[in-house]
Ligand binder design. Structure first.
Ligand SMILES: CC(C)(COP(=O)(O)OP(=O)(O)OC[C@H]1O[C@@H](n2cnc3c(N)ncnc32)[C@H](O)[C@@H]1OP(=O)(O)O)[C@@H](O)C(=O)NCCC(=O)NCCS
Length: 175
């Protein structure tokens, strides 16, 4: 167990004041990072849930989730590289799942680069299952996205309540 993992982790709402550190982590985490304006747009949506993970007064991770009709779309999850593998993303996703109305029946979806095996393992451990592919979704290298869902069915190992793969977030930017 690392030193980091022994100190208290607070999860709270993400705010506009957090965005300078968020965009700094974002640039260290993604080949094509979101801009400040994209985070501002997501934070401005009243139906979304945006969370910050804070350890020792330092923001160490964040999660952005939008609601499209009845489906929760996880748009962004990232953890400061120096704080990874300490359960922070798991804590953020767990808090998201417990924050939505009717958590037992809620449906969550996301896209993940097919080469991002670490993220896929994280999501699978939390009940997400692969259910489709978006071909050449990522414009920087033409990589496919794996579509993952977390629903009551995926949590019991089935896919029978997963909506068709065209259900998703219109206008979600590939990266
Ligand atoms: C993916 C990411 C968010 C994971 O954050 P994290 O806080 O390190 O994740 P956790 O510590 O909660 O990991 C939980 C489990 O997920 C799996 N996992 C997470 N990262 C992994 C990795 N790099 N390789 C293999 N498995 C991994 C492991 O099973 C891990 O449990 P373990 O540490 O006990 O083995 C982080 O690596 C990151 O910010 N990456 C860059 C941005 C990114 O790819 N975001 C996801 C976009 S879809």
């Amino acid at each position: 167990m690392s030193l980091h993992s022994t100190s208290h982790l607070e999860v709270r709402r993400l705010t506009y004041a957090d965005l300078p550190i968020v965009t700094a982590i974002e640039r260290r985490s993604f080949v094509t990072p979101w801009s400040l304006a994209m985070f501002v747009l997501e934070l401005s949506k009243p139906s979304g849930i945006c969370l910050a993970a804070v350890r020792d007064d330092q923001l160490v991770g964040y999660l952005v989730c939008s609601r499209y009709d009845t489906v929760w779309h996880v748009m962004n999850v990232s953890v400061d590289p120096e704080h990874r593998r300490n359960g922070i993303a798991s804590e953020l996703l767990g808090r998201l799942v417990s924050s939505v109305p009717s958590p037992e029946t809620a449906q969550f979806t996301l896209e993940v680069r097919e080469s991002n095996h670490g993220a896929m393992a994280l999501y699978a451990a939390l009940g997400f299952r692969e259910a489709g592919v978006r071909r050449r979704y990522y414009q920087d290298n033409g990589e496919d996205a794996r579509i993952m869902w977390r629903t009551p069915a995926t949590r019991r190992g089935a896919l029978d309540d997963v909506p068709g793969i065209e259900v998703g977030a219109p206008g979600v930017r590939a990266r």
